[in-house]
Write a protein that binds this ligand. Structure first.
Ligand SMILES: [Zn+2]
Length: 427
């Protein structure tokens, strides 16, 4: 996924956590561990620029609803019922799914309380994590609402403690939930903290028609215009969804370098609509990819999102609207750009961090191989084809087995843990 989308047949040498050499017939240094990748594709570790690890435990418990009802009737009461134990479990379960299916980096939005349980799960798992506490201070947020000053105090303390932890593998992001949950005072302070510390701003915008109408009613503006009027748009800002954007908002995203995250699986399941990704890309907006929450998708499988992103836009925009290589870029180099990590990850280039996903392309559903391996990866490959995953050169998945967490035990225990949380829910 370099600028020329080069495809190399050969070897890749990892040293000191970085890609040291790429080429044909490389000699392995003495004592090096060798992973035989015959028949496999070695690709940049997949990047998902919008997920909610805190919601993974609510998978299969929030189906059949549209966004605003889904939030107020299910997700907010569920999130409010979390304790640190259930939240940590939810995050570990989600990270296990992500790593086993080839995602090495996420931009996450935690919930309002117990954020350290998510950061701790990220720390022990080895995943490359950017995320932070969810901010909700406006009146009417139910059990998740917080006083403005308390929310800001906690998020700044968390950012100061965690940003840059684990040799930079963990980074902090300011996460105001969306316009409808946040006061203007809070958003102004988010802008100030982001400028002061260099932390990303991760939020939602233009996901659903009813949401856009409410934003207009409350602020007199559209989502992006409102954020821009508060100085929130810019290269450190990442907006999930962007399904409903006016032409003016589209131009604002391009002008300010604000990233958009396409979440087709979630947008379809919540019946939100389909973002006009070809128009965003044509306008020069950086578009990344994300699965969003497990209860609105209901999977965190990046290959599912890749296939949707590659196929959804064909009828509207012509058969060449979304070439496979450009779709794969959304889940790699464009995701890395959204996270501010394009010089570190997102492509296989010498000197970059060795975040690698290895995909077996020998199964019947990937054969016969065609001339473009990007197409095989985007149209044919599945999560279960991922055999090995490395982050900064550290193997986290080997031969389809997760090394840092007990994925089997997490799955077996999930129903019990979910029952424990759902029992506490007060709607
Ligand atoms: Zn979301």
């Amino acid at each position: 996924m370099d600028a020329r989308r080069s495809v190399v047949r050969g070897d890749l040498l990892v040293e000191g956590g970085r890609i040291a050499r790429i080429g044909r017939g490389l000699r392995a240094p003495r004592g090096a561990e060798i992973i035989d990748c015959a028949g496999k594709a070695v690709i940049p570790g997949l990047v998902q620029a919008h997920v909610h690890l805190c919601q993974v435990l609510f998978r299969n418990h929030a189906d059949g609803l549209e966004l605003l009802d889904w939030l107020s009737q299910r997700i907010w009461p569920f999130e409010a019922a979390h304790d640190a134990r259930s939240l940590g479990f939810s995050a570990r379960l989600g990270i296990a799914e992500l790593l086993l299916s080839g995602t090495t980096s996420v931009l996450d939005m935690a919930t309002v309380r117990h954020t350290e349980a998510v950061l701790e799960a990220a720390r022990v798992s080895g995943i490359r994590y950017t995320g932070g506490k969810c901010l909700m201070d406006k009146a009417g947020q139910g059990p998740l609402g917080e006083p403005t000053a308390a929310a800001l105090r906690e998020t700044e303390a968390l950012g100061r403690k965690w940003h840059g932890a684990e040799a930079g593998r963990i980074r902090y992001a300011l996460c105001p939930r969306f316009v409808l949950s946040c006061s203007e005072e809070l958003l102004g302070e988010v802008r100030r903290l982001s400028a002061e510390h260099g932390w990303l701003i991760h939020t939602h915008a233009g996901e659903n028609r009813a949401e856009v109408a409410l934003v207009r009613k409350q602020t007199g503006r559209d989502n992006v215009s409102y954020f821009d009027s508060l100085g929130l748009c810019g290269p450190r800002t990442v907006l999930a969804h962007c399904v409903y954007l006016s032409p003016r908002e589209l131009r604002t995203l391009a002008r300010t370098g604000t990233s958009a995250v396409h979440c087709p699986g979630a947008n379809l399941k919540l019946a939100s609509g389909i973002a006009n990704v070809p128009a965003l890309i044509k306008a020069g907006v950086n578009v990344a990819l994300g699965a969003d929450g497990a209860p609105c998708n209901n999977t965190l499988d990046a290959f599912h999102e890749l296939r949707l992103a590659a196929t959804l836009h064909l009828p509207r925009s012509g058969p060449r609207a979304m070439p496979a290589a450009e779709v794969l870029a959304m889940a790699t180099i464009r995701g890395a750009t959204a996270l501010g990590l394009a010089s570190e990850i997102g492509s296989l280039e010498e000197g970059k961090a060795a975040d690698l996903t290895i995909v077996d392309l020998t199964a019947p559903h990937c054969q016969p191989a065609g001339p473009d391996p990007h197409a095989t990866l985007v149209y044919c490959a599945r999560a279960s084809d991922v055999t090995d995953v490395l982050v900064a050169g550290r193997p986290l998945v080997r031969a389809r087995k997760l090394l840092t967490l007990d994925a089997g035990a997490l799955a077996a225990q999930a129903a019990v843990e979910a029952r424990r949380v759902l029992k506490r829910v007060t709607t």
